[in-house]
Write a protein that binds this ligand. Sequence first.
Ligand code: FES
Length: 162
Amino acid sequence: MDESLEQKIKDAIANPKNMGELADADQMGTVGNSDCGEMLRLWVKFKEEHGRKVIDQASFQSFGCETAIAVASMATELIRGKTAEEALALRHDELTGDLGALPPMKIHCAQLVEGALKSALVSDEQKTETESTPENIPSLMDSLNKNAQPAQGRLRILKKEN
Ligand code: FES
């Protein structure tokens, strides 16, 4: 990874935005990557603005690597003020925001964020799983315990600072 990208990721991690559960979220989505064992959950809350339903706030919780956390931090800022359709149109290489292009071995980290966003933004009718509302979803820790054993030293439990 080039030094400037590494520095940008360090900076994003030092002051991550929108980290932790969004208690009054309207929708949420969770994805995991079975190859690296990372998981990411994303919450969104909408508001009406000029007759449009736009994203008011988004937050995330992650057992992901630093790159995934940095991208999630960027992405949750980027999607504010966008409609669900506009946010869904953003590709993983756009969700990286100021981080810019990621090296090939880190692209899946941004795809993890893209997947969580898609999972959070598809309508309940489009979801194939029954667990589509925040109330019905097990905690990320429950999901992690059921689905994956993270490598030692890589488990990150992140709570939103108020
Ligand atoms: Fe797998 Fe970043 S999400 S290494």
